[in-house]
Design a protein around this ligand. Structure first.
Ligand code: CO
Length: 306
């Protein structure tokens, strides 16, 4: 359909687009909020990581959304991009610091939220991330600088005598794009960007008792499509056909039904058709906590959708 054909006589086309974006983002937000609250109650010593991830992803669908990315279940020094593999048998253990990062979308409009569950004695670390998130959200309004939000997050976490993870960031959300500008650092930087009215942004402070940096480890369970390309081998083409439905959103190895999936995934990575998201872990082995909400930026404040 042409652009002109979509226009209404009263010229309210942009308003309609905006309303649709807000309605669907709020709907996705309600879904992840409910699912997060239910999932937190299920994280217990002896419970399997896989059962939590599957519960989260299935519950999102039952409530009328689609997962915006695989449910991340990151333990202890792991900070992000961890999700159980096929037939993963690992269980939550006494002392684990568990992060659940949950995303849902309605027609591409994404809500992203994360929570830490403490199965040990790390209340301080958990509170640091939660308090930083709360204070950052209180400061969000149209016109505020990302550097200012970074400063709030950094100083709040330092007040708990732990450190922010400086190379993990909050981000904007756009239809089917899970990491859009602006980037919201968890520390004060010299230069940033202005937060604008109508932006959908996810704020996600990470706190650690380590040095405050994450790096890749060799484990990969999450991928996303980079670009469509003609492929030679039938298994490659089958895999591409299967993952097309996720558009540009991340998907899990676990979700793939294609035969010889591991081989086909490697081939697609080598041809830069898909990208890998290696698990990110604190480089000094420090424990990591996380808290995250999605908000819609308004004049003079923001609306928390998760
Ligand atoms: Co996020």
């Amino acid at each position: 359909m042409s652009k002109k054909a979509k226009m209404k006589d009263d010229g309210n086309y942009l308003d309609d687009v905006e309303n649709e974006a807000i309605t669907k983002t709020l709907e996705a937000g309600k879904i992840v909020r409910e699912v997060r609250e239910e999932a937190v109650k299920k994280v217990k010593v002896g419970e399997s990581l896989l059962s939590i991830a599957e519960f989260v992803e299935n519950a999102i669908v039952e409530k009328g959304g689609m997962p915006a990315f695989p449910c991340n279940v990151s333990i202890n020094e792991q900070a992000a991009h961890a999700t159980p593999g096929v037939n993963d048998s690992s269980l939550f253990k006494e002392g684990d610091l568990v992060k659940l990062d949950i995303g849902a979308h309605i027609d591409g409009y994404i809500a992203d939220t994360a929570v830490t569950v403490d199965l040990g004695d790390n209340e301080n670390l958990l509170k640091a991330a939660e308090e930083a998130l709360k204070k950052a959200i209180e400061a969000i309004e149209a016109g505020v600088e990302t550097t200012y939000l970074g400063e709030i997050i950094e100083t709040t976490i330092l007040d708990f005598n732990v450190r922010p993870v400086v190379n993990l960031t909050g981000h904007g959300l756009l239809p089917y794009i899970q990491h859009a500008p602006p980037t919201i650092y968890n520390k004060k930087l010299e230069r940033g960007a202005k937060i604008e009215e109508g932006m959908v942004i996810a704020i996600e402070p990470f706190a650690t008792n380590g040095v405050g940096k994450v790096g890749d480890i060799s484990k990969v369970e999450i991928y996303s499509l980079l670009k469509m390309k003609p492929l030679r081998m039938p298994v490659e083409r089958k895999l591409l056909k299967e993952i097309e439905k996720y558009k540009t959103l991340p998907f899990a190895r676990r979700w793939i039904q294609t035969e010889k999936a591991d081989f086909a995934l490697k081939r697609l990575v080598a041809q830069k058709v898909i990208k890998e998201y290696p698990v990110l872990a604190e480089i000094s082995g420090g424990l990591v906590s996380q808290a995250e909400h999605t908000v819609i930026v308004e004049e003079g404040g923001c609306k928390q959708v998760t």
